[in-house]
Write a protein that binds this ligand. Structure first.
Ligand code: FES
Ligand code: FE2
Length: 389
């Protein structure tokens, strides 16, 4: 094989990691996992909205009793969108001619037909699960795996403030996932603006990096000095769990669970859960208010300001970190040019990530068993004091 052929083969291999539609290798792999598809509080009981996930346009609705359901984007009759219809008990009715569907996709009523039993019509439907303030869905072959891998004690329990939010970025999902395994970026991307107490606690020294494949994903260790060690716990295929300093000096550190879900190959939902141990009623109120006030910030809405006008959000934690990460990752293009990249030692996590994805895609494509990723038996300890006191 010539050098050019080797390069072309590498390019094709990497391109496959970016393609997530139904029938693609990555799309097939991703469909074997649960993914967060919406922030739970944005969907009131008895309402519906359109969602896009892995290239599929779907309808997400909540029955009047509050149960979420994910069904086809379009009605089986004459293909009008379903989310403009209305909810009756646990079913959705198309506004065009009133056909009704339940949460399993079964058509239950065609008012202008003379059905004597259930109409012989179904639309696609996927299982959902609510967790950590988000609605998750499983778009693969049934039965769905147990909802276990995304669970972490730190995102559960009444002793925590748990706040979910999402942004939609106009670039391919792989850029966002690769960034999770790129601890070196923190020392540069998050310098500007002295975000919160972060740089003070973590420092801007370039880290030495270690990576280890675990039962659930990859453990990443970034060491910036004696006693200054950050650990992040990445769960296959698109979740990163990190811990960051509190909003103010003296506030508890924040656990962030961060999922990158392809809406399609040129847009990605950056879904995250922020979880903080409760402390005093005043601090809890202040922290909750802070989260709520910034819930709707979406860095992609500020493309011009960020890229061409050098205007950054005033908030120095949630919005600024998003803006900085967006600038770096969207700055790679809608789909990063991996044909012309030059990887170095600091990219060992990205290289490992790509090898694992390739291995798992290959297993599925050739009918070999894929790895049975499972929740870690003992939660990874993420140090909450990165700098030695
Ligand atoms: S298009 Fe939905 S009922 Fe006719
Ligand atoms: Fe970042």
């Amino acid at each position: 094989m010539t050098a050019d052929e080797r390069l072309a083969q590498r390019g094709e291999r990497l391109q496959r990691l970016t393609q997530t539609g139904r029938g693609t290798e990555m799309g097939t792999l991703l469909r074997t996992f649960w993914h967060p598809i919406a922030v739970a509080r944005t969907l009131a009981a008895g309402t519906a909205k359109p969602v896009r996930v892995l290239g599929e346009d779907l309808t997400l609705y909540r029955g009047e009793g509050g149960r979420p359901h994910l069904v086809a984007g379009k009605c089986a009759h004459r293909r009008s969108v379903l989310h403009t219809g209305w909810i009756e008990r646990d079913e959705i009715r198309c506004m065009y001619h009133g056909w009704k569907f339940d949460g399993t996709g079964q058509c239950t009523l065609r008012p202008a037909e003379s059905d004597t039993g259930l109409p012989p019509v179904r639309i696609v439907a996927y299982p959902t699960h609510e967790y950590g303030g988000m609605i998750f869905a499983y778009l693969g072959e049934t039965p769905a795996p147990a909802f276990d891998l995304p669970c972490k004690d730190v995102f559960e329990g009444d002793d925590r403030i748990v706040f979910a939010r999402s942004e939609i970025w106009d670039c391919n999902w792989l850029q966002l996932v690769e960034n999770s395994l790129d601890a070196a970026h923190v020392s540069f991307v998050h310098q500007k603006g002295r975000i919160g107490t972060f740089i003070e606690n973590v420092s801007d020294a370039v880290p030495t990096l270690e990576f280890e494949e675990t039962d659930a994903g990859i453990r990443q260790i970034a060491t910036r000095g004696i006693g200054n060690v950050r650990v992040s716990d990445w769960t296959f295929p698109n979740n990163n769990h990190i811990s960051v300093p509190g909003l103010q000096k003296g506030d508890p550190w924040i656990d962030i669970g961060h999922w990158n879900v392809p809406l399609d190959d040129v847009s990605t939902a950056r879904m995250n859960i922020w979880a903080v141990p409760k402390s005093t009623p005043e601090a809890d109120r202040r922290i909750s208010d802070y989260f709520e006030a910034r819930a709707d910030y979406n860095a992609a809405d500020h493309y011009r300001e960020l890229f061409y006008e050098n205007i950054f959000p005033e908030d120095t934690v949630m919005s600024l970190t998003s803006a900085q990460d967006y600038l770096a990752q969207r700055g790679q293009g809608v789909v990063a040019d991996r044909d012309n990249e030059i990887l170095g030692r600091s990219d060992a996590g990205i290289a490992l990530l790509r090898r694992i994805f390739a291995r798992e895609m290959q297993a599925l494509a050739t009918g070999r068993p894929a790895k049975m990723w499972r929740k870690l038996e003992h939660a990874t300890d993420l140090p909450i004091q990165a700098v030695a006191p």
